[in-house]
Design a protein around this ligand. Structure first.
Ligand SMILES: Cc1ncc(COP(=O)(O)O)c(C=O)c1O
Length: 352
C-alpha cells in the first residue's frame, strides 16, 4: 500500500492486523467471474461450493457463510444456547472482550469469564468450577468457548490434545464446545498438523477467510448438518441472509485453495521481526509462534506508547498500541522481508 504523506508517495508497512489484507489479483478475477444466485433460497452455486469446501477442510458435515467472525461466533452462541443460558469462556477471549457482549445483548446469554493462562488455555479445574449445578437460582451452563490461535495471548496455538481435554470435560457434563478459530489455519501451520485435528472434538468452529487468508469479507461456521440448519435461521434473523454473495464467496474459494499453505511464511517473518526488535535497547518481546507479535518498552524509555505509534506512522510503519503499553504487530501476505527490516529500523529510530 502507498500513501501520499506531505506530497511524498510513501510505502506503508501496515502491521496493525491481518484484517487489513487486500484481496489478491486471483481473488478479484474470481469475483468478477463468479456465478451467483439467491443464497437465501440456497441457489448461489459459489456459496454452496465454498460451504462444502469449508466443511470438508474442518472435517464437519456442513458450513455456513457469514459476513464476519463476530457474526459467526454470535450465530454459534444463539444456536447452542437459549435465553438465560451461560457460556464459559476466557477472560482475554475475543468473544468476551471485543464482540460488544453480543451474546448477552442480543441473545440473553450470560458470559462467565475464567482466567486465560498466558498461552491462551483454560485450566480444566477452572472450567469445572464454573459449571453450574441444577438450581433454581442459577443460569444453566450450556457451552464452553475456546479460541485458536489466541489473539490476546500472543497468537499462541492451542494443541489438539488441549482442545480434546476441554471437550471431554464439557461433554461429560452435557455441555457443548464452540471454537473461535478465526486463525485456525495459522494454528495448524505452527503446530504442523491438519486443521481437522485441531477441531475434531469441538461441536462447532468458526474460521475467518478475511484475515491472513486475504479474502475481502467472510467467515465460515462449521458443525453438524442439524446444527448448521439451525444456525442458518439465526443468521437470517440477524440480517445475514446475503442473496448474491457468491461474489464474496468466490474470493473465499481462492483463499482456501491458494492462501493456506503459505501462512508459515508469515510466521517466519514474525519471528524475524521479533529477533530484530529484541536487538533494540528498551524493547522486550513476547514469545512468537504464529503471525501475531506483542512487544513493550522497558521503564528506561521515556516516550509514551502513543508517541511511539505516531513516530512510527510518520515513518510509514503502522502498528497497534494496546492496553498496558503493549504494541501489536501482525504479519500477513502483503508484508515482505524488506518490510520487516523497514519496521525494525523504524522502531530503532523512533526510540532514539
Ligand atoms: C480471535 C478473533 N475472533 C474473532 C474475530 C472477529 O472477526 P471479525 O473482525 O471478522 O468480526 C477476530 C478479529 O480480529 C479475532 O481476532
Amino acid at each position: 500500500m502507498h500513501r501520499n504523506l506531505g506530497g511524498e508517495n510513501m510505502k506503508i508497512v501496515d502491521l496493525r492486523s491481518d484484517t487489513v489484507t487486500q484481496p489478491t489479483p486471483a481473488m478479484r478475477d474470481a469475483m468478477y467471474r463468479a456465478e451467483v444466485g439467491d443464497d437465501v433460497y440456497g441457489e448461489d452455486p459459489t456459496i454452496n461450493r465454498l460451504e462444502r469446501m469449508g466443511a470438508e477442510r474442518m472435517g464437519k458435515e456442513a458450513a455456513l457463510f457469514v459476513v464476519s467472525g463476530t457474526m459467526g461466533n454470535l450465530v454459534a452462541f444463539l444456536t447452542h444456547c437459549g435465553r438465560g443460558d451461560e457460556v464459559i469462556l476466557g477472560n482475554h477471549s475475543h468473544t468476551f472482550l471485543f464482540e460488544q457482549g453480543g451474546m448477552a445483548a442480543l441473545g440473553g446469554i450470560t458470559p462467565w469469564p475464567i482466567p486465560n493462562q498466558p498461552d491462551g488455555t483454560l485450566r480444566l479445574e477452572d472450567i469445572e468450577g464454573a459449571i453450574r449445578e441444577e438450581n433454581v437460582h442459577f443460569p444453566r451452563t450450556r457451552l464452553v468457548c475456546l479460541e485458536n490461535t489466541h489473539n490476546m495471548c500472543n497468537g499462541t496455538p492451542l494443541t489438539a490434545e488441549c482442545t480434546a481435554q476441554v471437550a471431554r470435560l464439557a461433554h461429560t457434563h452435557g455441555l457443548r464446545v464452540h471454537l473461535d478459530g478465526a486463525r485456525i489455519f495459522n494454528a495448524a501451520a505452527a503446530l504442523g498438523v491438519d486443521a481437522r485435528e485441531l477441531v475434531q472434538d469441538v461441536d462447532s468452529v468458526m474460521f475467518c477467510l478475511s484475515k491472513g487468508l486475504c479474502a475481502p469479507v467472510g467467515s465460515l461456521l462449521c458443525g453438524s448438518a442439524d446444527f448448521i440448519a439451525e444456525a442458518r435461521r439465526a443468521r437470517k434473523v440477524l440480517g445475514g441472509g446475503m442473496r448474491q454473495a457468491g461474489l464474496l464467496a468466490a474470493a473465499g474459494i481462492v483463499a482456501l485453495e491458494q492462501m493456506i499453505d503459505r501462512l508459515a511464511e508469515d510466521h517466519v517473518r514474525a519471528k524475524r521481526l521479533a529477533e530484530g526488535l529484541k536487538g533494540i535497547p528498551g524493547v522486550e518481546v513476547a514469545p512468537v509462534t504464529t503471525n501475531i507479535l506483542y512487544f513493550w518498552l522497558t521503564k528506561e524509555v521515556s516516550k509514551t506508547p502513543e508517541e511511539v505509534v505516531d513516530a512510527l506512522a510518520g515513518r510509514g510503519v503502522l502498528l497497534l498500541g494496546r492496553e498496558l503499553g503493549r504494541f501489536r504487530a501482525v504479519t500477513h501476505y502483503w508484508i515482505s522481508d524488506a518490510d520487516i527490516e523497514t519496521a525494525i529500523e523504524a522502531v530503532r529510530a523512533a526510540l532514539t
